[in-house]
Design a protein. Sequence first.
Length: 159
Amino acid sequence: MKVGDKAPEILGKDEQGRDIRLSDYKGHRLVLYFYPKDNTAGCTAEACSLRDSYEALQAEGYEVVGVSKDTADSHRKFKEKHALPFPLIADVNHELLETMGAWGEKTMYGKKVTGTIRTTFIINEDGIIEQILQGKQIKTKEHAEQILATLQSRPKGRA
């Protein structure tokens, strides 16, 4: 997926087993973020950054949805432990990860591995991808601030 593409309608099932669809967010902008693993240092920092700025993101018309290959049970525990107010999609077969280009080869500790590439998609009210942040562009502890900074330069509502 690239900027200007329409995001897929079916996103997956959240930690409660509910279907999450792009149309659920019609009229809102969406921060769809992909992260490697629940309860790891970077992923927890990123989720907590988004949690701490969730109201500010909502005030700008945004909703947040997280995605990883972890199970629904892992997501439930992660959400509860860190009081996350947004849904987490359990993409155990990495279908959405692959569709969105957030699954692939990366380097970890000097070795090539296949897995989740930390990626955030900013999607407009019409389901069109406006911006993509990926890999080292994302500062996990300040991720919400990064997103809010990009929003300050955009007009509210439809462009």
